[in-house]
Design a protein around this ligand. Structure first.
Ligand code: BGC
Length: 746
């Protein structure tokens, strides 16, 4: 008996140890005490070291060598974090250097794990088109698990910058133009990366970036000035940051941009008053790459020393790659320009995260080669990538129900510069692997079609070609087929950081290729592959079917084939407007009315609009078709007047009236008709993505409450005002099917 009890106790003890290894149990108080105790032992130089982050030389110059002076700095305790180091082996090796420092404070390893680590997922803008928070969270979860198994502690994601400008290259890295949708996505991605919370062996720290208004770059030119009103900042640009914080984002990154005259990195209003003040954020803020030093080029700091002073004073805790803190901070403290309390606060914030991650329990706990081998590129992770990829595809056009294609077609011509490309499927911000397997469209089709279907191929032209010399061959190929699949768009490095473009039309002669193929009279399915909204008006008017397939990652070809042949019914909705012309930019759905709104969408008769083009985009926010049809009916409001303390219950019925099972995203928009400040003509306030079999119906419920109806009033208070509201429900911001009104009374 005694022996059994002893065995049980032993087993319990082992279980406790294993559990402790998985999730170090540190209460907040215990961590605070440990941080304080450690801080008390630190010299000024060691404190400043914690605020310093270097990149590894790996990306630039090949494998790390012990000779790097950076490595001596690590041993000397002059570094708190390193970015661009990856892999269990490599991270362990660098951490071993930190363990040679006097206080053995572990390093944090960070990397831009933006849309997958080993397995590449769709670029974030594509994922946003899924309007599926579970899928988006899963994508970040898989990325987090893989990265954590590869020795990483921290991703510089999610980028939660709203943008209304598709010329801006980083549009691909965000969730589009709408603060409501983008806020939900910000929360989902943070939760995905951070899993069960810091300390879990498969969780990495998220980083909400770039705080703030980086996406408002004038002219869509990367790194450019943001000059926006406080109202626009609070209404449009800040909500996703607040959502990321509420979801527990461990870290924030500031931006390269200036905001209304003050660089974000040296901006106290943003970092101190809002983030660490009003929002009571307890994590730390890392600068963007070199952004502290760049305040000199902005004309805001005289030199790197003053830049360091301005940045730390404004609330930037860690210096990424400017070397401004490590070179100047000690002197600034000695000269009483920077109070030691400020340094202590920044150091504490960083140490706190290191404790929470369990790195003081075991600095190598993430650097486990066996776990790495098991986790990376697993069949489950690839399956997850294929699922998310399918959900990211948006059906823009489907004349005469050309899609889905029959699996019994005899001959399919696969044409276009991106038809056989696999590298372009991965998108700008992916981690490159020598032995990566990215499934091209052509391979995906090969995997899908049966023995009786012949696939023909012709490139036609390259993405940026100006020559049409290969068109004839492409046309001849098309002539032999029952249907043509035409894959056009951008190379993976045409949209991303520093990839702004003034011309966002389909590059090169690609639209001419569409014309040439269309002239064959064969049915043409166009696949537009890009990281940004592109302009392709002729194609939009003339192609028989169009799928916006973005850059979908490792499983791109398989996912596209699933959709083309109807194994998955597309349900994506655009998270950003697709313009008709660059001259319309910025074009977005939640604009304000003017005193002369343009009823017929043209600026004639002294109305507000262009005389040569409609105001509306080519494809609106929220737009996307399905292989089936849906009917929305039976709008019911349980009241038409309410006070701010009431809840308004709204319901309607969605019926799948077509022949295929499928999903629809039912979208609820409101317009506050009259207020002390003008309100947008439409604001997304809720949506539901619903799966219905053919013939099936379902009641959908929305609840409207005080929070839904609040806005920043004239004094910038978050408040409600009595008045009437238009309620609109539809399947796109420009396709409203149900309308009603209600009144908010005192
Ligand atoms: C980007 C950041 C990124 C950092 C580190 C910068 O150029 O703006 O978003 O996290 O580099 O790679």
């Amino acid at each position: 008996m005694q022996k059994r009890i002893l065995t049980i106790l032993c087993l319990l003890l082992i279980a406790c140890c294993v559990l402790a290894q998985q999730t170090p149990q540190h209460t907040a108080d215990a961590i605070d005490r440990k941080v304080d105790a450690l801080l008390a032992k630190m010299t000024l130089d060691e404190k400043i070291g914690q605020l310093n982050q270097y990149t590894s030389d790996r990306l630039a110059t090949g494998p790390l060598t012990e000779n790097s002076s950076k490595f001596q700095d690590i041993k000397d305790g002059k570094l708190g974090s390193m970015l661009n180091v990856k892999g269990a082996k490599e991270t362990r090796m660098v951490q071993e250097l930190a363990m040679q420092s006097r206080l053995k404070i572990p390093l944090l390893f960070g990397l831009d794990v933006i849309h997958g680590y080993r397995v590449t997922f769709p670029v974030p803008l594509a994922e946003a088109a899924s309007w599926d928070m579970q899928a988006i969270q899963t994508s970040a979860r898989v990325a987090g698990k893989e990265a954590a198994a590869a020795g990483l502690h921290w991703t510089f994601a999610p980028m939660v910058d709203i943008t209304r400008d598709p010329r801006w290259g980083r549009v691909m890295e965000g969730a589009g133009e709408d603060p409501y949708l983008a806020s939900l996505i910000a929360g989902a991605r943070v939760k995905g990366f951070q899993g069960n919370g810091l300390g879990s062996l498969d969780a990495i720290m998220a980083c909400a970036k770039h705080f703030a208004a980086y996406g408002a770059a004038i002219g869509g030119r990367d790194y450019n000035t943001a000059d926006i009103s406080d109202r626009t900042l609070w209404e449009t640009y800040l909500p996703p940051f607040k959502a990321a914080l509420d979801a527990g984002a461990a870290t924030f990154m500031n931006g390269f941009n200036e905001l209304n005259g003050i660089p974000a990195t040296g901006n106290s209003y943003l970092q101190k008053d809002i983030l660490k003040g009003k929002w009571n954020y307890k994590g730390f803020v890392v600068s963007d790459w070199g952004s502290i030093g760049e305040m000199v080029q902005h004309g805001y700091a005289r030199n790197s020393k003053q830049a360091a002073e301005l940045a730390i004073t404004a609330g930037s805790d860690m210096d990424m790659e400017s070397h401004a803190y490590i070179n100047n901070m000690a002197q600034l403290v000695k000269e009483n320009k920077v109070p030691i309390a400020l340094i202590d606060d920044a150091v504490k914030r960083i140490l706190q995260k290191k404790f929470e991650m369990g790195l003081f329990d075991d600095p190598y706990r993430f650097s486990n080669e066996e776990r790495e081998k098991k986790e990376l590129n697993s069949p489950e992770n690839r399956a997850a990538a294929r699922e998310v990829a399918k959900k990211s595809i948006v059906l823009l056009k489907n004349d005469k129900q050309l899609l889905p294609l029959s699996k019994n077609l005899k001959t399919i011509a696969v044409i276009g510069p991106l038809a056989k490309s696999n590298i372009d499927m991965m998108g700008f911000w992916s981690v490159k692997w020598d032995d990566d397997h990215l499934v091209s469209l052509y391979e995906g089709l090969e995997n899908k079609v049966g023995k009786n279907t012949r696939l023909l191929y012709a490139q036609g032209c390259d993405v940026t070609d100006t020559s049409k010399s290969n068109f004839a061959q492409a046309v001849a190929t098309a002539m032999q087929a029952d249907v043509v699949i035409l894959a056009i768009g951008e190379h993976y490095d045409m949209t991303g950081e520093a990839k702004s473009r003034a011309n966002i039309h389909l590059p090169g002669v690609q639209e001419d290729l569409v014309k040439a193929i269309k002239a064959t009279g064969k049915p043409v399915v166009v696949l537009t592959m890009s990281g940004r909204p592109m302009i392709f008006n002729w194609t939009a008017d003339n192609a028989d079917a169009i799928l916006q397939t973005w850059w979908l990652g490792s499983e791109a070809g398989n996912a596209i084939a699933d959709v083309l042949f109807g194994d998955y019914n597309p349900a994506g909705k655009l998270p950003i407007s697709f313009p008709r012309s660059e001259g319309q930019i910025p074009v977005y759905y939640n604009y304000k009315s003017t005193g002369r709104p343009s009823a017929n969408d043209m600026g004639i008769n002294y109305r507000s609009g262009y005389n040569d083009i409609q105001n509306s985009p080519r494809y609106a926010f929220g737009y996307g078709l399905s292989y089936t049809q849906f009917a929305l009916t039976d709008l019911k409001l349980d009241r038409t007047t309410l006070t701010a303390n009431d809840k308004l219950n709204v319901s309607c019925t969605l019926k799948n009236t077509g022949n295929y099972a499928g999903e629809e995203v039912v979208q609820l928009y409101l317009r506050d008709e009259f207020a002390s400040v003008t309100r947008p003509v439409k604001e997304l306030k809720g949506f539901e993505k619903i799966y219905l079999k053919a013939g099936e119906s379902k009641t959908i419920n929305f609840v409207i409450d005080k929070e839904t109806l609040s806005f920043y009033d004239q004094k910038m208070n978050w408040a409600t005002e009595p008045g009437t509201f238009q309620l609109m429900i539809g399947n796109s911001s420009d396709h409203i099917l149900l309308k009603s009104k209600f009144e908010l009374v005192k």
